[in-house]
Every structure is written in C-alpha cells, then in structure tokens.
Design a protein around this ligand. Structure first.
Ligand code: C2E
Ligand code: MG
Ligand code: MG
Length: 701
C-alpha cells in the first residue's frame, strides 16, 4: 500500500481525476481525491484540508492563475502542482511567481514523485506559516533557472547596450564564453544581424529613455556565423538620480519556432507549384502599394490574366502536363514585368500583376506585351501547345483605393474580356459591375429585424478529440427574414460591420440570448460553455465588457460558461486597444479564442501577448486537406497546430466534413473539432435533443 495522499483535483471531468490518481499510484501513493470545478468549490476543499492541489492547465475549467489565486486566498501551506502537455518557458516563471509549487509535464512521473515528496516534507513547516529558509529558496530558484534554457543579462544603458553581466547559458547558446562576450563593449551590437541592428538599437534606446521596457525579437550571429533568433525582454533599472543606468533582462532562443513560422508563412502565402505569391499575399502587397500610391499621388494598375478553356486543356493533357504549362506561364509573366515578385497566382489559371506608377496607357501596353508573350506555343512532352488568354485591368485611384475593391473590379473586367474571346484586354468600367442588388435595403431591414424578433441563434457543437466528449457549442446568428427565408450571417454581418450603429445592439442581443439559452441547456443537464462571435467593431467599442458582464449577471451564469471568438484580423486592426479589451474580459473569467486562424497575416508571435486560450484553424484549410493538392493545406494545419501548442494554446479545427479528416486531425494532436461531420448548426431545441442522444458522450458535469 502506498503513502496516503489527500488530493484536490481541479478539472471538469471525473476521468481527469482518475488519470491523476493513476499517476499518483504509480508514484507510490495511495490517493484519495476530491474533484472541483469552480473557485468556491476549490476554496472549500482546500479549507477542509489536503496535501496537494493538482490542476491540469490545458483542459481544466479554471485557468491556472485563478487556481493559484484561490488557493493563496485560503492561506499558506497548500502546494499547487500545475500539469500541462507543454509550457512556454516564460510561463513557467509566471506560474512559479504566482505561487505554483511546480510545473509538471504530463507523464513526467519521476518529477511528479520528487515534487510531491519535497512538498510533503516541507508541509508541516508551511502549514505553520513558516517561510522556506534562505538556502531552500536559493535552491529552488537555481533549479528553476537551470530548467529554463534562457540567458539572463545586465546591460549598461549606453548607446550600444554593452553588457555588464551575462549568465553561463551563453556558451551553449552561441559558442562564446561570458568572459569573451564581456571583453568587448560592443559585442552584442556586432553580433546583431545587420538587418535588425538599427531597429533593435532604436528599441533599446527608447526603453532606456522613456518606456522602461525593452521587448524585441531579432537575429544574432553565433560564433560560427549561424543566424539564431532571440526573443529578448528587459526592464530598465534606474540609478539613484532616477535616470536609467542598467537594463536587466532575459533572452530565449526562439530559432526553431521562427523557422517553423517561416515555413508556415511560405505555405500560407506562396503557391507551391510556381513559387509565386498567392492571392492572400498579393492582396496584402496590393494594399501596401495602394497606400504608397495615395501618398505619392501616382496611379497604380492591376492586371488579371486568365486562360481560355484551361479546364478542358487540363482534362485532355492530364494534370501533370497542365501544371507544366502553368509553371512556364508564371515564368513568362515574370519576364514581361521584369520583376517576378509583382506577379501572383490568384487561383488555377488566373494570375495577377501589379504595376506601381502605371497609368491606363502604360497598363494597356503591358497587357498587350503580356498577351504577345503567350503567343509562342508551350512545349509539353515535345508537343507544341497553343494557349490563349485574356486580361482585365483596373487602375487606382480611379477604380478604387482599397485592395479588395480594386481586385474585384479587375476581375469584373476580366470576366468581360473572357466573354470577348481570346486575346482581349478590357479596362474596368461600371457597366461590368455585377451589382449587389439589395445590400443596403437588407441593412435597413436588419434594424427592424432586431425589434421584430426575426433573429435566432443556432448552435454548433465542439468536441474534444481525445476524450470524445462534447465540450461546448458555438452560437451562430440566423435571420428569419419574412420574405427571403433563413438568411445566413455571411450576408448581413459584413454589412452591419460597415454600418456604424448596428453592431453594438446586435452583439448585445446575441450575448444576452446565448447566455440565457446556455442556462437553459444547463437546466436540461448540459452545462456547456457557449461561444459567441464578436467582430472588430465590438472589440473597439467600450461597451463590450459591460455587455458581457450584464448578460452573465442578468442570467446568473458563471463567466467560464462564456467564450468569445474574435478573428485574427479583428485583433490586428489595433492590437493595443484589442489587447486592453480582451485583458479585461479574460480577467473577468471569460475565455477568448482566435477564430478563422490562418486567413489573416499575423504571426503567432504577435498573439502571444493576448490573453487567448484557444486557436480555431480556419475551415478552408481543414476542408482543403481532402482531395487533390491537399498536402499543402494538411501541412498548414499540422504546423499551425504544433506552433499553437508551443504557445500553450489549445487547437480546434473548424469545418470537419468527414471521418478521414477527423482521424488525421487526431494524429496531429489537434485538441478539438467542429464541423458538419460532427453536427450542423441547429436550433436551441434541436441541440438539447442532439445532446441527449449524441454519439459523442457528454462531458461529465
Ligand atoms: P465562424 O465563426 O467561423 O463560423 C463557422 C461557419 O462555418 C458557420 O457559418 C458554420 O455554419 C460553418 N460551418 C461549420 N461547419 C462547417 C463544415 O463542416 N463545412 C462548411 N462548409 N461550413 C461549416 P455561418 O453560420 O454562416 O457563419 C459565418 C460567419 O459569420 C461566422 O464564421 C462568424 O464569423 C459570423 N457570425 C455568425 N454569427 C455571428 C454573430 O453572432 N456575431 C458576429 N459578429 N459574427 C457572427
Ligand atoms: Mg466562430
Ligand atoms: Mg471560423
């Protein structure tokens, strides 16, 4: 029989507690446990007495910070062990600072045993309120520092940030000994990558002069000249006169993560066949060029070229040969422009070309020479193949000054050119606009729809792939239009987002309804968190935090029953402001997920500073995993999932439409999934019925 151990497990299912108990038994203990899911339950259980509190960071219903805060509130003497699959290094420091006795990786039984023995041995002293003695504290601190592959340093607050101290990890990280590094005052600056040097020094000097905080990512060259990526965070320390004398900080080597992000970026923004930028990157570059052109007052032209009857050609020649033509075509377009980076493959046989500083006359000339460049037959397997193409043109600012609009107009011109037949080039004019018949009318009606009770929420379940349980639902807005029938949100949310005053009442309504229906689900035995989508406009609206609090209080629903989904691009509009609003929401206990991840341009690194717990990979990539050419999307989903895990986020794949995709996602270690294969969005009533007999067993509550 093992040593008796009284454990409080923080978690949402009995299975979790049983797994913890099994680990403890293997470590030679005889555990008795109580399972708690909320802060009051935790507080009571700890007060009643326990040897240790164990919290599983990734799935627990309470964030680790809240667990630590609650246990601290009860008083000293109750060690908390945090469990997770992996940690960011800084996170270990944060959790230990917040009072965790240790941060364990799942499955690391030797360390679990050692931690428990240490805590039990220390127990009686802790309980009497005795502080650990100095030697013990130093020991723990050293163990902690050695656990972290990080460099600590102290730098003078001078022009070149010359180092006064660097820790011994420097040798393993760069091949330089600390003595070598300190022997020359400008060593750090000299090893900084020339392309990053000015930027980083600027940030460093600014930290010394005003902000007090230095945070930067840059490349540094190691002893052999290899590029390493460092993430450096420091704090300015003032001297007696109040002016900054030193900067003290730590550096993490994030090379692996950066390389993984770079290859993910290549997959996301470049066409695998031709190596050209894809539509997303092209749009981004177009946006930048449009901004430049507004600044300089010079016009800008956009050409889109497409082949005639390329599908038939591909069917006749086979896809491999068709690919050869596309690749050769890409090369010829690059030659015409003399700059391959201004050409992009938008889709299939459609290419975009960007001409900065070109007016309509010059653009027409380029269109002519482009079409001429395709007159020479393409050689495929020794056979000459003739292709014909047409070109659509749009000019900025005449035809618009936003990337999406200019691209759409060039496309409208292209459709007109394709109708004319081979070799045509057409410049946009309003007559080619496929007009949006009722956008504005619809918006007007939406205002009334709110009052006339025409809006409803449908719910789509989210499931956990490991435990195969339903772990939540997402509320999706529907409009029962008296004449048009059920209108999906895609048709009105974007309109509402443009309008000024509509998003706020709309979101208030959605939040109130979702929270009150979630309460209804709980009454029927399904206490599941509900996720609500919020738009960019909401994130920059002061009322959001109050709306959330109001909805929760009015229905007496705990904050962790609500999750908010924000898209990557909504956050990027103003990261600072979005961060402030999200911080407030997260502090109130609401969980935040990033929706549609992969569609925007942000790097995961940028998201690190936001209080998010979950990443939803956009459905287009997940659906793209199936069928021909699925390898690219599969790679995107896999690496996004790995990177997100490295940042301690849980990962949900949207848009799962078949068993195969679900199985592949499980092998990636993807945590959760959502999609038609599991269940389509359904009314609140139908959801209750579905949950009652779901093949996915419900999370125990
Ligand atoms: P989202 O939040 O990314 O929601 C997922 C969308 O994908 C939903 O479309 C859902 O019906 C659809 N979907 C789910 N599984 C599958 C699948 O397996 N295959 C396919 N092809 N599609 C699937 P829906 O309901 O039309 O919503 C579209 C978008 O509208 C949402 O994207 C969200 O961004 C927005 N939205 C919906 N409700 C609200 C709301 O209350 N407020 C705001 N601000 N936006 C909302
Ligand atoms: Mg969503
Ligand atoms: Mg989504």
């Amino acid at each position: 029989m093992g040593k008796p151990l009284k454990v409080v497990v923080v978690g949402s299912s009995r299975n979790e507690a049983l797994r913890v108990a099994a680990d403890l038994e293997q470590c030679g203990f005889d555990p008795s446990f109580s399972l708690v899911a909320t802060r009051p339950q935790l507080g009571n259980a700890v007060r009643e007495g326990c040897d240790v509190v164990m919290a599983w960071r990734d799935t627990s219903s309470l964030p680790a910070e809240q667990v630590l805060e609650t246990v601290r509130g009860v008083g000293p003497g109750h060690p908390v062990l945090i469990y997770a699959r992996s940690y960011r290094e800084e996170e270990i420091v944060e959790l230990m600072r917040a009072g965790a006795a240790d941060c364990l990786r799942k499955g690391d039984l030797p360390r679990l045993r050692a931690s428990l023995e240490r805590e039990i041995e220390r127990g009686p002293r802790r309980r009497t309120g005795g502080l650990p003695n100095e030697a013990e504290a130093t020991d723990r601190y050293r163990a902690l520092i050695e656990e972290i592959p990080a460099l600590t340093y102290v730098a003078w607050a001078d022009e070149t940030g010359s180092r006064a101290y660097v820790s011994p990890q420097l040798l393993a990280m760069t091949g330089f000994t600390p003595a070598e590094w300190l022997s020359e005052p400008d060593m750090w600056v000299r090893r900084l990558h020339p392309r990053d040097r000015e930027r980083v020094l600027g940030q460093f000097r600014q930290a010394c002069a005003s902000t007090g905080r230095f945070a930067s990512e840059y490349r540094i060259l190691d002893r052999d000249g290899r590029e390493l990526w460092w993430r450096d965070e420091g704090r300015a320390l003032p001297g007696p006169d109040g002016a900054t004398r030193f900067v003290r900080g730590f550096v993490l080597d994030v090379t692996e993560q950066k390389l993984a992000e770079q290859s993910l970026r290549r997959l996301r923004f470049y066409d695998q066949l031709t190596g050209l930028p894809n539509r997303d990157l092209f749009l981004k570059r177009l946006g930048r060029s449009l901004a430049d052109s507004t600044h300089t007052g010079q016009p800008l032209a956009l050409l889109i070229l497409a082949l005639h009857g390329f599908k038939e050609t591909a069917n006749t020649l086979g896809h491999h040969n068709a690919d050869l033509i596309v690749r050769e075509l890409a090369g010829r377009l690059g030659e015409v422009l003399g700059a391959a980076d201004r050409v992009a493959r938008l889709k299939g046989d459609e290419f975009g070309m960007l001409l900065p500083d070109a007016d309509a006359g010059l653009a027409a000339q380029v269109a002519t020479s482009t079409l001429a460049a395709l007159e020479k037959p393409f050689m495929v397997q020794g056979l000459p193949i003739e292709v014909t193409a047409s070109v659509g043109l749009a000019i900025a600012p005449e035809h618009g000054s936003e990337a999406e609009i200019v691209l759409r107009r060039a496309d409208a011109a292209l459709q007109a050119a394709l109708k004319l037949g081979g070799g045509a080039s057409v410049t946009y004019s309003e007559q080619y606009e496929p007009h949006d018949p009722s956008g504005l009318a619809l918006l007007g009606e939406l205002r009334q729809a709110l009052d006339a009770n025409q809006l409803v929420l449908h719910y789509q379940p989210k499931v956990d792939l490991k435990t195969r349980t339903v772990i939540g639902t997402e509320a999706l807005l529907r409009w029962h239009h008296p004449k048009r029938g059920l209108v999906p949100p895609g048709q009105f949310i974007t309109l509402a987002e443009k309008g000024t005053a509509l998003m706020t009442p709309l979101t208030r309504w959605v939040l109130a309804r979702a929270v009150s229906e979630a309460k209804g689900f709980a009454r029927n035995g399904h206490a599941l968190p509900v996720a609500v989508n919020v738009s960019a406009r909401n994130l920059h609206d002061d009322q959001l935090v109050d709306q959330v609090t109001e909805a929760l209080q009015a229905n007496d629903v705990p904050a962790d029953r609500l999750q908010l989904e924000v898209t990557e691009s909504a956050v990027m509009v103003d990261t600072y402001r979005a961060g402030q609003v999200l911080d407030k929401l997260a502090r109130s206990g609401v969980r935040i997920a990033i929706d549609d991840f992969g569609k925007g341009y942000s790097s995961l690194g940028l998201l690190r500073h936001l209080p998010i717990t979950e990443l939803k990979i956009d459905g287009s990539f997940v659906r793209g995993m199936v069928g021909e050419g699925g390898e690219g999307d599969t790679a995107i989903v896999r690496s996004t999932s790995e990177l997100a895990h490295n940042l301690g986020l849980s990962v949900l794949a949207e848009g799962v439409e078949d068993q195969w995709t679900l199985d592949v996602l499980s092998t990636f270690g993807c945590d959760q999934a959502q999609g038609y294969f599991i269940a389509r969005p359904m009314s609140a009533d139908n959801l209750t019925g579905w949950l009652d007999k779901a093949p996915w067993t419900m999370a125990e509550s």
